[in-house]
Write a protein that binds this ligand. Structure first.
Ligand SMILES: NC(=O)c1ccc[n+]([C@@H]2O[C@H](COP(=O)([O-])OP(=O)(O)OC[C@H]3O[C@@H](n4cnc5c(N)ncnc54)[C@H](O)[C@@H]3O)[C@@H](O)[C@H]2O)c1
Ligand SMILES: O=P(O)(O)OC[C@@H](O)[C@@H](O)[C@H](O)[C@H](O)CO
Length: 428
């Protein structure tokens, strides 16, 4: 693949060059059609950036419906860099032509506090603001500090990870680190950098060796459905993403909750319970009537606490079951199962707490927690989690104590709820 003309000028920068960014933010920017080019940087690896650069940033987006594939070449990715090109990162964020940054760094990437790698990065930046750093918050802060030195004008950060209030989360993470590195930065950040909150939705599994497109070393497979809801002020401007179907709103929480609880909560339930029943993909597990019934139970509990109109929720659930059941998408439960300690508090616990406050014992939420504990005890998908060592040890041994220890690790108030502990134990 090669471009026939020039790439669009770089006006956006992205951190976390992966599949989702290429199926979502790069696709919306391409479809907006108003000439914004993106420079994207990988989190760690160099391979994808190299393969994309060799084909001028072009790649094929394969939209996989039940009845066939649609192939589109996406051309908004003007430059692809490996993480090691910290010089290019600083220069890009400091460019006055560049107006905003999108990020997909996973839930686990929003580091704060006493994390060892973050502390090492803070120390490095105190000594030299251009020093190479590894964690996402330090890379973002180093870029912003370079922008301040260059006096390059207002800027916006647009997080695209599955976290509620992700705009406020990224603002907090960056401000916390700024205070540790250079207290003078905080005032400039508040005056010059806005953060926007987004709800992002498009199921994009990891590509497999069977996913080939002739002449393209790095295609992306995604589903036909796509949603992007954004809320906040874009200090430096933005592409006309609304022309590509994005929705701008002042009230994003109802959309975030609908997506995080129904889709992501449903995914996590299936990742642990479905893999324990021997399934490999989301589609396999919803073809199993038992798993489907468990999913419906969870959805009914979660829906009781959602504020969007009932007919909207009914349509969303119906479409979601179709999306999950698409047999041509190989979305591995093991991919979704990763980082449960970061995901369950967002996807399941708000509903569990609301149900307990209403005096009910929610079987769906209890089952999701129980399935996760089973997973930590060796059932189903392998454990991949930043807290894996600690959690696997807590989940071992006689069940009643193990359940209480795990609930304690999530939220001490849950561990003090004897009826809940008993119910989770029975469900495991
Ligand atoms: N895949 C989806 O269906 C989907 C849908 C909605 C939202 N998301 C969000 O996007 C994220 C990435 O998904 P993906 O499918 O693109 O994964 P991916 O593995 O294809 O790519 C992830 C990219 O982020 C980088 N990264 C990972 N951890 C990081 C960290 N701690 N700091 C900095 N960079 C980091 C990786 O190096 C890679 O460049 C998800 O974790 C989720 O928050 C994904
Ligand atoms: O990408 P993660 O690891 O946050 O979660 C796995 C899936 O639940 C998620 O990627 C969904 O496919 C996505 O959120 C759909 O929009």
């Amino acid at each position: 693949m090669a471009r026939s003309g020039a790439a669009p000028p770089v006006r956006l920068v992205h951190l976390g060059l992966g599949n989702f960014f290429r199926a979502h933010q790069a696709w919306y920017t391409d479809r907006a059609g108003d000439g914004w080019g993106i420079a994207a940087f990988s989190g760690r690896s160099a391979e994808l950036a190299g393969a994309l650069s060799a084909q001028d940033g072009l790649y094929t987006l394969v939209t996989r419906a039940r009845d066939g594939d649609r192939l589109d070449v996406i051309s908004s990715l003007a430059r692809a860099y490996p993480a090691a090109r910290h010089d290019a990162w600083l220069a890009t964020v400091a460019s006055p032509d560049v107006r905003a940054m999108t990020i997909t760094i996973t839930e686990a990437g929003y580091l704060r506090g006493a994390h060892a790698e973050l502390q090492a990065d803070a120390q490095a930046l105190r000594a030299d603001p251009t020093a190479p750093v590894r964690t996402a918050p330090a890379r973002i802060l180093a870029g912003l500090a370079a922008r301040r030195r260059a006096d390059a004008g207002p800027f916006t950060i647009i997080p695209c990870d599955n976290l509620p209030e992700n705009g406020a989360v990224v603002a907090r993470v960056v401000a916390d680190l700024a205070d540790r590195v250079d207290p003078g930065l905080r005032e400039w950040l508040e005056a010059s950098v806005t953060t926007v909150t987004t709800m992002v939705d498009r199921i994009t599994p990891r590509t497999t060796p069977e996913d080939t497109v002739a002449g393209d070393r790095c295609p992306v497979i995604t589903e036909p459905f796509s949603e992007w809801v954004l809320s906040g002020r874009f200090a430096g401007g933005r592409p006309r993403w609304e022309d590509a179907g994005a929705l701008f709103t002042d009230d994003i929480a109802p959309f975030e909750e609908r997506k995080l609880w129904l889709l992501n909560g449903g995914h996590s339930l299936l990742a642990y319970a479905g893999s324990a029943r021997g399934h490999e993909t989301v589609a396999d597990s919803v073809a199993d009537e038992t798993c489907r019934t468990w999913l419906e139970t969870w959805w009914a509990e979660a829906s009781a606490h959602l504020t969007l109109p009932a007919d909207d929720l009914a349509r969303y659930r119906e479409a979601l079951l179709e999306r999950f059941a698409n047999p041509r998408m190989r979305h591995l439960l093991a991919q979704i199962a990763a980082d449960g300690s970061q995901k369950l508090p967002i996807r399941i616990l708000p509903v569990l707490r609301a149900e307990r406050s209403a005096g009910r014992m929610p079987a769906g939420a209890v089952r999701a927690l129980a399935a996760w504990i089973g997973h930590l005890r060796g059932a189903g998908a392998p454990v991949v989690d930043p807290r894996a060592e600690e959690l696997v040890a807590l989940a071992a041994g006689p069940l009643p104590e193990a359940v209480r220890r795990i609930l304690e690790a999530l939220d001490p108030a849950l561990a003090g709820d004897d009826e809940l502990v008993a119910s989770v134990r029975d469900s495991v």
